[in-house]
Design a protein around this ligand. Structure first.
Ligand code: PMP
Length: 396
């Protein structure tokens, strides 16, 4: 039987640099002690107070079908949160609650892209981006950013790629690079979106994890509210990755169509999860500070360790729970370095290549283990890089 083109062409094929990840997982299940610094999973679990709110809600009977657009309470809470943070008037009619940020990314693309359209995204990118655009039926077109620009996109590069495109997907704070887009960067992006009549899909799931600079949502920029769809999530801010709770914030008309889409796809998010999310978001900043604090500390550790050597470069780590390291001085690709690191030090990191060609020669290190082991892993990475770089020089 023939399968659809859409489903069989969702991913590009090939390893895409994920072999190291699967190999590390296999080693762990075979009983080897591997230091796992691959994916964005916190080393702490959802706060007990959030679990209590979840339990209470479930016991009170919120285990049936919930309102498809989201509960009034959670939609109001998300709207108030965004309005307080951005100053942009936002009501529950601007909000759709989704099963996590990933399904919000998919729904946002379905809302604005389709077969025959082109959706733009920036390299390096979060692994699912091209497939998510393709899942809408559209063609995914990549735009390279560069290490030399600290992975901030240049408006002229976006404009050069914009022919025939209907949307642009951006992510700040950025996974994998840790870049936080500056106001000039976002103003440049907004200008191109207006000039080329593009929807802007703004993935802001790391908005509570900013170490340097400030998080600016492009929805606040002049004339951007009507063409911006903001994607948010409880996953990263509140260590609720498994709860699958996120949202899209956008113009009312788009949200009303997306509610229709949700009715025919997800049928909403469980009520007890939404009640737990409402509790967490209304608990002030203490719960999210508890989550972000260890990453802030480890990022400071990374800056200090990396400043004591000159083989490995640290891409300015402004936000999110990862640091991106430039290992080009070793003469190896990110994938080769990550494989060597796994084989010789039992440390698993993501090769830059798994996030696109622009991150070749880099590795992404998730800051998701305790400080002491994180420090030791970074020191080992630097030592290995130094050794490899010396061998490279000796060979030349
Ligand atoms: N966007 C980015 C940039 C991410 O890194 C992730 C998860 N790693 C997501 C979206 C999706 O997160 P979730 O579906 O758990 O909200």
């Amino acid at each position: 039987m023939k399968l659809s083109h859409c489903i069989t062409h969702l991913t590009g094929g090939g390893s895409d640099g994920w072999d190291v990840f699967y190999r590390a997982r296999q080693m762990i299940s075979d009983g080897y002690a591997v230091t796992e610094l691959t994916i964005g999973e916190h080393d702490i679990r959802t706060d007990p107070s959030i679990l209590e709110a979840m339990d209470l809600s479930a016991r009170q009977g919120h285990t049936g079908y919930a309102m498809v657009p989201g509960t009034d309470l959670l939609r109001d809470t998300v709207a108030a949160r965004l309005q307080a943070r951005t100053g942009v008037p936002t009501t529950r009619n601007n909000v759709l609650i989704t099963p996590g940020g990933q399904s919000a990314l998919f729904a946002a693309h379905v809302a604005v892209c389709g077969p025959g359209n082109v959706g733009l995204y920036l390299d390096p990118y979060y692994a699912t981006y091209p497939g998510t655009i393709r899942a809408s039926g559209a063609t995914a077109r990549v735009i390279q950013t560069t290490a030399e620009d600290a992975f901030q996109p240049r408006p002229e590069q976006i404009e050069a790629a914009a022919g025939g495109a209907v949307s642009l997907l951006i992510n700040t704070p950025n996974n994998p690079t840790g870049a936080v887009y500056s106001r000039p960067t976002l103003e440049g992006v907004a200008e191109i979106c207006q000039k080329r009549d593009l929807w802007l899909i703004s993935d802001e799931v790391y908005d509570t994890q900013v170490w340097d600079g400030e998080h600016i949502s492009p929805r606040i920029l002049p004339d951007m509210k009507e063409r911006t769809l903001v994607v948010g999530s409880m996953s990263k801010s509140h260590a609720m990755t498994g709860s699958r709770c996120g949202w899209i914030v956008g113009p009312e008309e788009v949200i009303s169509h997306l509610i229709n889409l949700a009715t025919h796809t997800t049928y909403g998010v469980p009520g007890f999860i939404q009640d737990a999310a409402s509790f967490a978001l209304n608990a002030g900043t203490s719960l999210e500070d508890k989550i972000s604090e260890p990453f802030r500390r480890r990022r400071a550790l990374a800056v200090s360790i990396l400043s004591n050597q000159n083989t490995v470069g640290l891409v300015p780590a402004q936000g999110a729970m990862y640091v991106m390291l430039d290992i080009r001085a070793t003469g190896l690709s990110g994938e080769e370095f990550a494989n060597t690191l796994l084989d010789t030090q039992s440390i698993a990191v993501m090769p830059g290549e798994s996030f696109g060609a622009a991150a070749a020669g880099h590795i992404r290190v998730a800051m998701t283990i305790d400080d002491e082991r994180f420090e030791s892993a970074l020191n080992k990475i630097c030592e290995l890089a130094k050794e490899l770089a010396q061998n490279t020089v000796a060979r030349v």
